[in-house]
Design a protein around this ligand. Sequence first.
Ligand code: UDP
Ligand code: MG
Length: 324
Amino acid sequence: MFVSDPDTQDRKLISLVVPFYNEEANVESTLAVIAENIDTQRYSWEVIAVNDGSSDDTLKKLLTVRSFEFKLVVVDLSRNFGKEAALSAGLEQAMGDAVIPLDADLQDPPQLISMLIEKWEEGYDVVLARRVDRSSDSFLKRATAGAFYSVINRLSDVEIPHHVGDFRLMDRRVIDVLKTLPEARRFMKGLFAWAGFRTTIVDYIRPERNLGDSKFSGWKLWNLALEGITSFSIVPLKIWTYIGFIVAACSFIYGSFIVGRTILFGVDVPGYASLTSILLFMSGLQMIGLGVLGEYVGRIYLESKRRPAFVVRSVHKKAINRDS
Ligand code: UDP
Ligand code: MG
């Protein structure tokens, strides 16, 4: 059990929330790098490590890792719920005056933490860490990420900043707002941006993943992008009214032209090719419209069940080791 230390009472507490999914190779090194980069003189620290249903030895390593100069809270989820849910579970447990989510693979460098805190001390509620150089990501990932941000920002009223991941510092006030949001399906970057508050930016160069492999396949990223767009914009739904008007107007003009031509020049030989292509094009268009509708209806359905975003199996707390 964690025993509160009298000399830590008046210091502000900073919580680091780290989701771990099959990251056994990174447990020890990531926690060690965090420990090297925190100012234990001026602040108290806790690391909330969320085990997102790993099938490897991540949990065992988290529970048996040596003590550091921060309190370690291990939140074990009942299965893999995905990074967004794991972050929510971590935020739920975080007690800090400021909270910083960061990846378990050291791609969100703990070296930056002191800079984030500096800005927070200046009075900002949110300090974003922005990647100035994404050369550690593949060309395809950069191109698709760029396209995603321009699409979502055009469609949504909430401005989701480019090149900013989940890595950021948020004041307790922001976390309290996030905790009141009732939705189970959470696109965290969007929710963070939705909350607003006084925001500033710190730039950094994103390093390569430390050990292990990326947990996000192209398909998972595509679904995350859909989640982001459908939870922050209804433009894809509304646009069908306008497409309908345009298609109807074009059909009317073309129809009048055919009727006029028939009256003036008599009945033409029926146009098999044009008829078929119009039919195919229109049914394709209708299918797309239905598909978009389906995306939203599906989400309404899932949300209406009111299932929680994650299930916690157990929470383990490990005190600070002052002798280390
Ligand atoms: N992660 C998670 N649950 C998942 C997938 C990923 O908690 O279902 C964690 C993962 O352990 C890591 C972070 O989310 O700490 C980012 O994952 P990753 O580094 O694989 O993503 P990338 O950097 O390749 O986008
Ligand atoms: Mg990574």
